[in-house]
Design a protein around this ligand. Structure first.
Ligand SMILES: [Mg+2]
Length: 324
């Protein structure tokens, strides 16, 4: 199967031209360039993420879940900025034109794309080691993008969903932990089928002062917000939302997965204390649970406190279980 057949069969859907339902995409796959039409009074937001086997996904993941995850991690960046998804571009290197892989991958990819009304508007395919590179584009009303730089002292610190399950699953794959089969399936789902918090991000426009998605771990990602905003934070470990599976693990494992576990794709955001009710309403409106987990401080640095409010020394020290 040649490159053009491969694209036609798996990635170009319907007419290789304008899809009248594709908001913002005048011409998609089929010419040298896509033609896009930004909405007047809006800003385009663009983000790219590359996925490499062994680093961003394991060879054990099904093609369908991999297609979902490749787009999900990109949509998560749009979610963190409060953007509405519009178009994406896919560049794919494949060792060979494996039709079973392509059928599953494109199915997972388009199921998620359709759920968010985003259109594949172009890209490239080539032979080579498996490598998935996606660029997403979205829109917000002019000046309403949520940025990392807006957190202010005394803002509340919020987190969506639950944290740490993807890391827990990774540790089971690594053999450092074991879980009963049904519990493993549950956390594995979080690692392989993350749900980008697009609806929440949109509901937080004009409300959150800053936001970021958790891709590398809460402490590290929150650190980017603190650095860009020139503030610090106090995080209440006991208030961090976690699944029943993670909540039943030993404390040190919970702490590691909650603070350093990557691949959660939840949103961490800040908002003024007087906006609490409206933040809770944004959570309900987007059917996304949100939790208040700390506070922004004028004093730089991240402080983690336990349930009694005592400072935890070196909360990110590595644990024996996870020496690597
Ligand atoms: Mg991000």
């Amino acid at each position: 199967m040649g490159e053009f057949d491969l694209i036609a069969r798996y990635f170009a859907r319907g007419a290789m031209a304008a899809n009248p339902d594709a908001f913002g995409v005048v011409l998609g796959i089929g010419d040298d360039c896509a033609v896009l039409a930004p909405t007047p009074g809006h800003h385009w937001l663009v983000s790219a993420d590359m996925l490499v086997e062994g680093r961003h996904f394991l060879s054990t993941v099904s093609p369908r879940r991999l297609g979902h995850k490749a787009l999900a991690v990109n949509l998560s960046d749009l979610a963190a900025c409060g953007a509405s998804p519009r178009a994406f571009f896919l560049s794919l290197a494949l060792p060979r034109a494996d039709e079973a892989f392509l059928a599953g991958f494109s199915q997972g990819l388009f199921e998620l794309a359709d759920a968010h009304g985003i259109v594949l508007a172009g890209g490239d395919t080539t032979a080579g080691p498996l490598n998935i590179n996606i660029t997403v584009m979205g829109e917000t009303p002019r000046g309403q993008a949520l940025l990392r730089s807006g957190a202010r002292a005394d803002d509340d610190l919020w987190v969506s969903g639950t944290l740490g399950d993807a890391r827990l699953a990774l540790e089971v794959f690594r053999g450092t932990l074991s879980l009963p089969g049904h519990q493993f399936d549950e956390v594995r789902l979080r690692m392989e089928l993350p749900e980008p918090r697009v609806a929440l991000g949109r509901a937080l426009r004009g409300l959150a002062t800053s936001a970021i998605d958790v891709s590398d771990g809460l402490a590290g990602d929150l650190g980017h917000v603190l650095a860009r905003s020139g503030v610090g934070a106090t995080l209440r470990l006991a208030d961090l939302p976690r699944s029943a599976v993670l909540g039943a693990m030993p404390q040190d494992i919970q702490q590691l997965c909650l603070l350093s576990g990557g691949d959660d794709y939840e949103l961490v955001f800040t908002a003024p204390a007087e906006a609490r009710e409206r933040v809770l309403a944004a959570g309900r409106e987007s059917a996304t649970p949100v939790y208040r987990v700390g506070r922004i401080d004028a004093q730089p640095g991240l402080r983690v406190v336990d349930g009694a409010g005592r400072l935890i020394e070196q909360p990110l020290q590595s644990f024996d279980h996870f020496k690597s």
